[in-house]
Ligand binder design. Structure first.
Ligand code: PHE
Length: 455
């Protein structure tokens, strides 16, 4: 392993860092709003199918590439398939890291604002309208949201430039379980609100009439986004794994925990959404309007709110670290610049994107490309095209070009651990995943309707 690269200290450290990358705003902010705008329970069902059939195998495959090559996302493909076009998969990942960061920090910045306002103003006695107006006023502003995003970029920059230290590993060991605990408490509060059953029905009783091609694409995109796969993040983290790391069980644990946290977020949000009469289709602001209402129902509301938003910020931080690391490792290793300089390049590049996407909630709201604001465009292009597309190519490459013996040796740690479903796994990455992802893409482009019209 490259000496200068960050390494994970312990087994728990590996799990935490990887779970840390997966669990973030994707679970608590993006999942509920995607579910809300795509019809509820039917979306959840498709999402879970995508996690199991696509997400889990793709994650194992990325771990394989990473640990096998000990390289960053682009370097890995250059090493495995030198002189071929396969390195495009790596570049796609690096670019996706920039694009995702370009909107992710904006939302992460919002959590900082909410920590601050929860600590300084009272939440009690406010109506849904009050929270909604406050949100709009803040997010459409110019200076404040940009400063918040910058603060987040600086924190991530500091941690990534000095390497993922034990401190972060140790801190996550306490903060991640704490996040889990507070989610459970908020779920209980939300479930005991009147009208909770309507929220649960929305979340768990599928209405298949609401499933259309774009909801399926959104569910697949959400699965890739939430698991941090399809863009080389898990390749990069896999490259820091030791030879003893059990990649199968790590992938399973990360997948399960990530899905559990998303489910908890859904159970926390939707009963409250229906209780307070908030529109489930509210979009990116859904969580930021709903949560303060739930806190307002608790005694010591401000304390709960501050703790929750701090934990959400930490969850976002462990994800931004991984996003930053994908691009930093690439620049550091492929262009032979110091880690500090590589980190600075990434932070500066990302800042430009963030300014534009933050402004797209205010002054640039009307400036659209293909009908999408800059923020929406970055979100759409990454989650719905680059990540699933990257995942499809990763599966095609490993499923067809990698010697099965090498694949098995790596995934079983030189035969020291079993891989019971190895043949099924190979079948999945060779056929099922690429075909399913391809079909979902074609479906979105109305390809099948077109074929039908020809018949
Ligand atoms: N998975 C992270 C989340 O759910 C976001 C992310 C995507 C992080 C891709 C890294 C890479 O918040």
């Amino acid at each position: 392993m490259n000496e200068q690269r960050t390494t994970f200290g312990s087994r728990l450290g590996i799990i935490l860092a990887t779970v840390g990358s997966a669990v973030g705003l994707g679970n608590i902010w993006r999942f509920p709003y995607m579910l809300g705008t795509n019809g509820g329970a039917a979306f959840l069902l498709v999402y879970i199918i995508c996690i199991l059939l696509l997400g889990f195998p793709v994650m194992i495959t990325e771990f394989f590439i990473g640990r096998h090559t000990h390289k960053n996302a682009a370097g890995a493909f250059q090493l495995m398939a030198p002189g071929t076009k396969w390195s495009v998969v790596g570049y796609n990942g690096i670019l996706a890291a920039f694009f995702i960061s370009g909107f992710y920090y904006v939302i992460a910045g919002w959590t900082l604002e909410y920590i601050f306002t929860s600590a300084t103003t009272s939440l009690e006695g406010k109506t849904v309208m009050d929270f909604s107006d406050e949100f709009t006023l803040f997010s459409s502003g110019i200076v404040r949201p940009i400063i918040c995003a910058f603060l987040f970029i600086c924190t991530t920059h500091y941690i990534v430039s000095s390497g993922v230290k034990n401190g972060i590993e140790r801190a996550s060991k306490i903060l991640m379980p704490l996040l889990f605990l507070i989610l459970v408490v908020l779920c209980v509060r939300s479930l005991t609100l009147s009208g909770a059953s309507e929220g649960l029905r929305f979340l768990f009783q599928p209405d298949f009439g609401k499933i259309n091609s774009s909801a399926v694409l959104s569910a697949m995109g959400q699965a890739f986004f939430s698991l941090s796969i399809g863009m080389g993040c898990m390749i990069t983290y896999g490259s820091y794994f030791g030879q003893k790391t059990n990649m199968q069980s790590t992938a399973l644990q990360v997948t399960l925990l990530d899905t559990l946290i998303a489910l908890l977020a859904g159970i926390m949000i939707f009963p409250a959404v229906f209780h307070f009469g908030i529109e489930p289709t509210a979009g990116p602001e859904l969580v930021f309007i709903t949560l303060p209402n739930i806190f307002g129902q608790l005694s010591f509301s401000n304390v709960w709110a501050v703790i929750f938003f701090i934990l959400l910020a930490v969850a976002a931080l462990t994800s931004t670290i991984s996003l930053h690391e994908v691009a930093t490792a690439y620049i550091h290793e492929e262009y032979h610049v110091s880690r500090k300089k590589a980190t600075l390049c990434v932070s500066l590049g990302v800042s430009v994107f963030c300014i534009l996407s933050s402004l797209s909630f205010g002054v640039l709201k009307e400036t659209t490309i293909f009908g999408l604001t800059f923020f929406e465009l970055l979100d759409y292009v990454t989650a719905k095209i680059m990540l699933p597309g990257g995942g499809m190519l990763i599966c095609i490459y490993v499923g067809n070009r990698v010697d099965k013996k090498i694949l098995k040796t790596e995934l079983t740690n030189q035969g020291s651990i079993p891989f019971y479903f190895f043949r099924a796994y190979c079948f999945f990455i060779k056929y099922i995943a690429p075909i399913a992802i391809g079909a979902i893409f074609l479906n979105e482009l109305n390809f099948f309707t077109w074929i039908q019209s020809l018949l």
